[in-house]
Design a protein around this ligand. Structure first.
Ligand code: ATP
Ligand code: MG
Length: 414
């Protein structure tokens, strides 16, 4: 029988890898709480409708990437490909409109059926925030500032650039849409089959195409910022001024469109050159129409999500783990005393590793492997005299310490 492997595009996270993930998540939740955001955990799967209705039926996610299946009860459900739709669904189904403005953060696995490669998995993890019920540009500035803050806290400044664009309000979008249709229709024959279809159903999607020929055409297409109405231009300027005032640098990227249908006004991405083709680490924007599309009252929204795998790859060194103390019974006769001491010291707050078995040499080797500060050796004599032999592993220095004094002695080395 062949050995079972993880499904393509999924990974076991352990040791250093999961520590990197946890580091990203704990920095993230610390900062998010400092900004007054509260955590939300929506289900990992939702009615397919939740995503199909909100993401738009011409997006890559909906047309190609969703893990959709029928339940035994005959409902169509989908493993969440992203977090915003679920939060918006919760906002509506939990009747949270009265409590707006609301500030949420989340983290967890997402699922997309994509071609696996560096920085692109089928099960990956995101951290993200959603700010609901704040229509003004202070909202945009705050969520971008928070993203910037987290990236700084992770030590990633210098490697990452903030790119900014505006997709305007609905009126600007409609005006731009027509200009784009005129431009693309003339070049229809050169577009990929997929983009020809997008041109019919949702022409803005063509801007987001990854096909090289499409990209070339898009490069000379009319740009969103040139077709913004006054309201949208003022809004965009206020966001830029707000960022300028708190010293957040950005570059304008008029070609930046987000892959999802529900964005209005601000769109932004934090990108890096350090990851090859998968250069976007964090992306977001304003989605004022989303909650209404979900069947709720008109509610402004803005948020972002970042890929934890991509952030984890960029991290330098992780903070060192707290080094344990190794308890080493010399022989089986001392096992009971050693186990009891472990229990006592762990409850006193120390990191303690127990040498389970084997001869002294093997147990000392284990103490080194777990990078212990010191070995607490317990042999027949030690038990008789109620002491331990305390050997510092870096220096080899050795002293005898009374059992009763161990907590205060260990505290010196913590
Ligand atoms: P891309 O252009 O790389 O496909 P996207 O526009 O589909 O990204 P979003 O939906 O904006 O990505 O998701 C936000 C972030 O989540 C991305 O910037 C990226 O860091 C991460 N991400 C998205 N898809 C994957 C994936 N399949 N594997 C790993 N990380 C991902
Ligand atoms: Mg994608």
């Amino acid at each position: 029988m062949s050995t079972l492997q993880p499904v393509r595009g999924t990974h076991d996270l352990m040791f250093e890898d999961i520590r990197r993930h946890r580091h990203v998540q704990s920095k993230f939740s610390g900062i998010a709480e400092r900004y007054g955001y509260s955590e939300i955990a929506t289900p990992v799967f939702e009615a397919t409708e939740v995503f199909a209705r909100t993401l738009g039926d011409t997006t890559d996610i909906v047309t190609k990437e969703m893990y959709t299946f029928e339940t035994k009860g005959g409902e169509s459900v989908t493993l969440r490909p992203e977090g915003t739709a679920g939060v918006a669904r919760a906002f509506v189904s939990e009747g949270l409109a009265q409590q707006a403005p609301l500030k949420f953060f989340y983290s967890g696995p997402m699922f997309r059926h994509e071609r696996p490669q560096k920085g692109r998995q089928r099960q990956f993890h995101q951290i993200g925030v959603e700010l609901l019920g704040v229509p003004g540009p202070q909202g945009d500035v705050e969520v971008i500032a928070m993203a910037d803050h987290i990236l700084k806290d992770l030590g990633l400044t210098g490697k990452i650039t903030l790119e900014l664009n505006s997709l305007g309000d609905h009126e600007s979008r409609a005006a731009y849409r027509q200009v784009l249709i005129d431009f693309l229709s003339v070049r229809r024959d050169k577009l990929s089959a997929e983009s020809r279809e997008r041109l019919e159903k949702n022409p803005l999607r063509v801007l987001d195409s990854k096909d090289p020929a499409d990209k070339e055409i898009v490069a000379s297409a009319p740009r969103f910022p040139d077709h913004l109405n006054q309201i949208s231009r003022d809004f965009f300027k206020a966001v830029q001024d707000g960022l300028g005032e708190i010293g957040i640098h950005f570059t304008l990227n008029p070609a930046l469109v987000r892959g999802l249908d529900y964005y209005t006004h601000t769109a932004f991405e934090f990108t890096t050159e350090a990851l090859g083709a998968q250069g976007t680490v964090l992306a977001g924007g304003r989605y004022d129409g989303l909650v209404q599309q979900m069947g709720g009252p008109p509610t402004a929204g803005i948020g972002w999500a970042a890929g934890v795998e991509r952030l984890a790859m960029l991290l330098h060194e992780l903070p060192a783990l707290r080094r344990p103390f190794a308890i080493i019974p010399v022989g089986d006769a001392e096992n009971a005393v050693a186990q009891k001491l472990c229990h006592r010291l762990r409850h006193a707050g120390f990191n303690v590793d127990l040498g389970y078995g084997g001869n002294m040499g093997k147990r000392m080797k284990r103490a080194n492997k777990v990078n212990a500060v010191a070995a607490l050796i317990i042999g027949e004599n030690e038990v008789k005299q109620s002491v331990v032999t305390f050997r510092q592993l870096d220096s080899g220095e050795q002293v005898t310490v009374a059992m009763a004094d161990l907590e205060s002695h260990l505290a010196l080395y913590r």
